[in-house]
Design a protein around this ligand. Sequence first.
Ligand code: SF4
Length: 433
Amino acid sequence: MSQQEVSKEQSMILQKNMLARLFKELSTAKETGKKVVYTFVPGNLSELILAFDMLPVYPEINALQSGMRKKSRDFIRDAEKAGHSEDVCTYVKCDIGMMLNGNIGPTGEKLPDPDLLLLSYTGCFTFMKWFENLERLYPGVEVAMLHTPYQEGGKITPEMVRYMVKQLKEEVIPKMEKVSGKKFDKNKLSETLENSRKAQDLITQIFDSTKNKPSPIDAYFAGVYYIGPINAGFRGTIEAVEYYQELYNEVQNRVEKGLGPVTPEGEIEEERFRLVVEGPPNWTHFREFWSLFYNMGAVIVASSYTKVGGVYDWGFRHDPQRPLESLAEYCMNCYTNLNLTQRIDLLEKCIKDYHADGFLINSIKSCNSFSAGQLFMMRTLEDKLGIPVGFIESDLVDPRYFSYSNIKNRLDSFFQMLDQRKMIQKQESHLTG
Ligand code: SF4
């Protein structure tokens, strides 16, 4: 398939139009009077924002877009010049650098200042510091915080749900009423949650399609595009349901034809390796990074990164009958809020369900919150499942920490290991068969 044909897929056009409309609405928000909420992807309250007719801005999505558009180097430099140390998460520095340079968003249109900073805290302390900085940079802005209790014991208790619902009722919703000038409408929220549930059913089936051989999709490199609408403010809209229905149809079509994933270079002809990946991708060299995999016929059949905005694998769905309770459960179920054992269990399930040949970690230099337990995760999965494991390092949006040759060397050894294991398995099956 040529690249021209690839770009014609209807779901891609739908997504492009949705995002263009959102950024257009944002650029005219001050004229139209629409209120703007800055918030984060993990534990986002997309449906509540929609119920108040407000518009969301996700700083980490803007940062990764800046990385892909090769703008992050200069933004990070400017943030460092303004006093942010080299150790600070590069999403934060990229976002602050973008703001210092006029806050021009990914479509080239200016982003409006926030009317509300909605800090939904799901496990990363940096989020708190990030919004403390934004509060200083936007004096007078309203701030609402929703504290999500960490799943330290590996389960959600009724007390945890009550604690969160109380915060929603007493802190978040009153702030949203104040900022939007509208009364909270529970029915409207329930309607959006019904759409969320439908989109979540569809996205789960889309990611589940990697059970097929060959896998019709790459659940990491293409997966980051698939999670776009559900994580960028459209969860809860009918548009998101239509987008995921279209994408689901396209994926089913590929399954029926026995086709592999579409990559920027066309289709993967032969699926040689099936991998599960932990950690976000590198954004500054996204295409080169992807090419290291598709050149080797490696397909990512599951990734933890596509679950940071919500884990639906274990059956969680928003529930229109229990609107606030299900918002609370959604936040507590985000990947970033799971304890290490739960994350390992989830990765183990992915490795088994999707018949992965190997497990790979892309450890992010500036993400202290989630790089900490990765070696333990890797060794545990290696011991438990006896599969080859690999470890590479890069960064989210700081190009200074992407070394193509280092990553390639490590991946070459990893692929050799996978190749050898396949040969041994083949010889063994000949002997026993
Ligand atoms: S430290 Fe990691 S989890 Fe926290 S904001 Fe940065 S990238 Fe996200």
